[in-house]
Design a protein around this ligand. Structure first.
Ligand SMILES: Cc1cc2nc3c(=O)[nH]c(=O)nc-3n(C[C@H](O)[C@H](O)[C@H](O)COP(=O)(O)OP(=O)(O)OC[C@H]3O[C@@H](n4cnc5c(N)ncnc54)[C@H](O)[C@@H]3O)c2cc1C
Length: 449
């Protein structure tokens, strides 16, 4: 029997792999997606996730409606609040809550419709290499047997396991180090039933001090109380306990608890190598403010689409040819995520409980400022009000000098790293020097405590 041969082999039939497979199959390429899980288990790592309503059109993905299997609920009020929940600020941003398993199968189905082949219960084991030592396919396990599949390009969309990326030989062109405990967010989700009708939710509330939230769930009388923290699940549980003692939450009965992890570190700044490309959680493409990654990975894939198409069409899936993907991503969403990461780490690590409380009370954090972070422009009066609040806080000893200093340093680091990302090199020349400087900046920025 001859070797199976495809233009593209995608490792992972999650949202990222399905989205990429559909795009490339639509362009006429032969695509095989393999997933180590059976179809019944794909996308079952947790139940509910959110997509901002505006993203469906931008990313050209289906928007399920009430009654569809993937649809869970919708809401549009998003509150950000102080730790005591006394000064909530509301932003209107329509969100759609979806069931992960059902939505993943919906995207898998669209990839198949476009012509991709999906092979579930097929596990990636290793790469195949040609005589020149370049990747030319994969070795996989299917029905207890080893299977060799040839491909012009292998895309690692295997989630946090990064099964392909971490299997790359050292120095192959993409960072192959696995995530450490300090590179991920440990998320705990409590699905609860609210005891009193007056507490039924109209929207979500986020408490940045605890990196915790309460949000609607599929049950209109229920809610999800969630929290994300670095280090470990044990640490996240301790913070959740502390949060529940402080934030005045509605009374509830616990229905079930889910736990999950999401990458919370920078993407490898080169995501392409000879015969190889990485996307999704496998490439740490999650948002630096909250660890969400479904749509941010699709943004990278939109930017990569034309280059991947021509690399496959002209048999040129080399690091050099696909370099534009690195540049286009790092200079846009990469730069934005780097800026936000630096700001968040600096401010969250420096500010204490009272300072968070004061920032909401004094109007340093305002509706307008939060709207601006969501894409609107910042009115000058908003900045002036924030500056007045800051000055008042320092004069009234509500904000410590050390916090002001740390916030100033965070702002400086944030602007510096954003500009560095925007200057990502157009070709491989100069990249090593660029990467060295990026590493040094990240070292200075540090990680969330
Ligand atoms: C609790 C929680 C809540 C979240 N909420 C949101 C949210 O509301 N919105 C949002 O945008 N993001 C959210 N995220 C993040 C989001 O879930 C991920 O960023 C996203 O699911 C990543 O998709 P992916 O396709 O890259 O990886 P995955 O969904 O992990 O898919 C990878 C696939 O690869 C397969 N695979 C792994 N190893 C192999 C192998 N060796 N061979 C073959 N197949 C393999 C796996 O079986 C899996 O099916 C949340 C994360 C958590 C933990």
């Amino acid at each position: 029997m001859g070797l199976d041969t495809y233009d593209l082999v995608v490792i992972g039939a999650g949202t990222t792999g399905a989205y990429l497979a559909r795009k490339m199959a639509k362009k006429g390429h032969s695509v095989l997606v393999i997933d180590k899980l059976p179809k019944t288990k794909v996308g079952r790592k947790y139940d509910i996730f959110h997509i901002e309503a505006k993203e469906f059109d931008r990313l050209e993905i289906p928007r399920p409606a009430e009654g569809d299997p993937a649809w869970a609920f919708e809401f549009e009020k998003n509150y950000n609040a102080d730790p005591l929940n006394r000064f909530p600020k509301c932003q209107i941003n329509p969100m759609v809550g979806l069931h992960m398993h059902e939505y993943t199968l919906l995207l898998d189905g669209l990839a198949e419709e476009a012509g991709a082949k999906l092979l579930y219960s097929c596990e990636f084991l290793d790469f195949l290499y040609n005589d020149a030592g370049k990747i030319c396919g994969v070795k996989a396990k299917y029905r207890g047997r080893e299977k060799k599949i040839a491909a012009k390009l292998v895309a690692d969309c295997s989630g946090m396991a990064a099964a392909g990326r971490t299997r790359l030989p050292d120095g192959y062109g993409v960072d192959n180090t696995p995530l450490t405990d300090e590179d991920m967010f440990y998320v705990i989700l409590k699905y609860v039933k609210l005891k009193h009708p007056e507490d039924y939710l109209e929207g979500s509330t986020f408490w940045a001090y605890y990196k915790a939230w309460i949000a609607p769930c599929a049950d209109p009388h229920g809610a999800i109380i969630g929290l994300g923290a670095c280090h470990s699940y044990e640490y996240a549980e301790r913070v959740l306990e502390e949060m529940e003692k402080t934030v005045p939450l509605p009374e509830y009965d616990l229905v079930r608890i889910e736990k999950g992890r999401t990458p919370y570190t920078q993407n490898p700044s080169s995501m392409v190598a000879d015969g190889f490309f990485v996307s999704g959680d496998a490439g740490n493409l999650t948002k630096s403010v909250n660890g969400e990654g479904v749509t941010s990975s699709m943004v990278q894939l939109q930017l990569a689409e034309e280059t991947l198409d021509s690399a496959l069409r002209y048999n040129k899936a080399t690091r050099e040819y696909m370099w534009e993907i690195n540049r286009a991503y790092n200079a846009s969403q990469g730069a934005e995520f780097a800026l936000l990461r630096a700001l968040l780490v600096g401010v969250v690590n420096a500010a204490n409980f009272e300072e968070f409380q004061y920032a909401f009370e004094s109007g340093i954090i305002s509706d307008e400022l939060l709207n601006a972070m969501n894409g609107a422009s910042i009115p000058p009066q908003t900045l002036l009000n924030a500056a007045k609040g800051f000055a008042g806080g320092i004069a009234g000893k509500k904000i410590r000098f050390s916090t002001v200093k740390a916030a100033g340093a965070a702002l400086k680091n944030a602007v510096e790293i954003m500009n560095h990302y925007k200057r990502f090199p157009y070709g491989e020349a100069g990249y090593d020097e660029w990467a060295k400087k990026a590493d040094a900046l990240y070292e200075r920025i540090g990680k969330i405590n």
